[in-house]
Design a protein around this ligand. Structure first.
Ligand SMILES: Cc1cc2nc3c(=O)[nH]c(=O)nc-3n(C[C@H](O)[C@H](O)[C@H](O)COP(=O)(O)OP(=O)(O)OC[C@H]3O[C@@H](n4cnc5c(N)ncnc54)[C@H](O)[C@@H]3O)c2cc1C
Length: 400
């Protein structure tokens, strides 16, 4: 997008740049630049979150009364662009972007005053317990049972694909509190502590060899009813509200940064006219198509940001953004593999680590091309698969 910045916007941009220059250590920048998945390692995202929190900039889209930055739409846009340009690590979304807005909307005053400040500061690290071995796209069929026992629920069953459950100290999850009637009408939304006796977290190692997701087992786990968000059996409403925020997906600023990196790779790698791959007309056509796709995402993202800043949930625009964002990401990944050529196939986890002294084989950019490609295949599955998002668009946008 061509920005027409006012004098005030330019002053804000300079302030953000100066802040990033002063606070982003080389290690934090390397963590952002060498990210191979959606989520940065907690070792790097948490220190960065604390720095942003101290400055009051950790939650750009939250209302000011809960600790938001109080920025207008343009300021938020400038901030995201500058962070992506500087290679700042992304923050874990489960607290700030997912359960936080739900607590604001459905929480009791006690829940708001307890949880929200801890989300902002990073004191609490959340994971999302929605999917189960038999419930993914068809989420309403979930079976993790929660039996009422006085002022507690007793949980038995399992959740799967739980991102960062091995690091989280809290989980927001969907449980079944009624087995008769409509499946959606028997679901309750619970906030629980991960160190409660009876919870076991088992790793699932991904195709890229990384430990990000887990299966979580619940064996007679007692959760106080004070952890319930909303009414018993009304959790589906909260769950759907949260999904609108989860689907927010990849940001245009992040995708622009990936495009810049891809362009630099194509300039450095041999292949086309003039010696470099960027001189190959077929490659340039694919690069241009990816750039156009990212520009379209910028337009959708503005709609979502406008809705958020007006205090409204993003609605079906989040499904469009999620689909466009993940597909553009995968398209860029495929071109990066093409550009890295045979170096893309050398897996070098030690050389990839942000603080590593190991000498990489081949150019620096080829270190992350393949793990990024493999991890991002999941982009069109997690957060509600793209087929399901298209179904939502057909119903809510096209009225089919
Ligand atoms: C890397 C990763 C991280 C994840 N993190 C979390 C997490 O932190 N917490 C959490 O709760 N879950 C998480 N998930 C789970 C994710 O939400 C589910 O994988 C997703 O909802 C799809 O469910 P499923 O895997 O059971 O596939 P299924 O629902 O079995 O779908 C299989 C295929 O069938 C298609 N399909 C299914 N139903 C329809 C339909 N009605 N119309 C058209 N096509 C359909 C799907 O699009 C998909 O291609 C994660 C998944 C991944 C891959």
């Amino acid at each position: 997008m061509d920005l027409e910045l006012t004098a005030a916007d330019l002053a804000f941009q300079s302030e953000v740049r100066a802040f990033l220059d002063q606070n982003l250590t080389p290690e934090l920048r390397a963590a952002g630049r060498r990210l191979t998945s959606v989520f940065v390692d907690r070792k790097y995202s948490l220190p960065w979150q604390k720095i942003l929190h101290a400055k009051g900039w950790v939650a750009p889209t939250w209302p000011v009364e809960y600790g938001g930055a109080g920025w207008d739409e343009m300021q938020r846009y400038i901030f995201s662009i500058e962070c992506a340009r500087a290679g700042a690590p992304s923050l874990a979304p489960m607290g700030l972007r997912m359960v936080g807005p739900c607590i604001m909307r459905y929480g009791t005053p006690e829940q708001k005053s307890f949880y929200l400040p801890r989300i902002l500061s990073g004191e609490d690290y959340w994971c999302q317990g929605y999917s189960e071995p038999g419930a993914g796209s068809d989420l309403a069929s979930l079976q993790l049972r929660a039996d009422s026992d006085g002022d507690h629920y007793v949980l038995n069953g399992s959740k799967i694909w739980t991102t960062h459950a091995h690091w989280a100290n809290r989980m927001f999850c969907l449980v079944r509190t009624r087995f008769d009637g409509q499946p959606q009408a028997g679901i309750t939304f619970l906030l629980l502590e991960m160190d409660t006796p009876g919870i076991t977290v088992k790793p699932i190692i991904t195709l890229a060899g990384e430990h990000e997701v887990n299966q979580v087992f619940f064996d007679d786990v007692r959760v106080p009813k004070t952890g319930r968000l909303g009414e018993e059996n009304q959790g589906w409403t909260v769950a759907k509200y949260l999904l609108e925020f989860e689907r927010g997906g990849g940001s245009a600023a992040g995708l622009q940064a990936s495009l810049r990196r891809l362009r630099a790779m194509a300039q450095a790698e041999p292949g086309g006219q003039g010696g470099a791959l960027i001189g190959d007309p077929a490659f340039r056509a694919k690069l241009a198509a990816a750039e156009i796709a990212v520009q379209a995402i910028e337009v959708t993202e503005h709609r979502v940001m406008s809705a958020l800043s007006a205090g409204k949930p993003p609605g079906p625009a989040s499904s469009i953004l999620k689909t466009q964002g993940t597909e553009a990401m995968q398209r860029i990944d495929e071109l990066a593999i093409e550009a890295a050529g045979y170096y893309a196939y050398v897996d070098q986890p030690e050389a990839r680590a942000p603080g590593s002294n190991a000498t990489p084989v081949g150019p620096d950019h080829s270190l992350i091309a393949m793990p990024r490609y493999l991890n991002n295949r999941a982009g069109s599955i997690y957060g509600g698969s793209n087929e399901i998002q298209r179904d939502i668009m057909a119903r809510l946008v096209l009225g089919l």
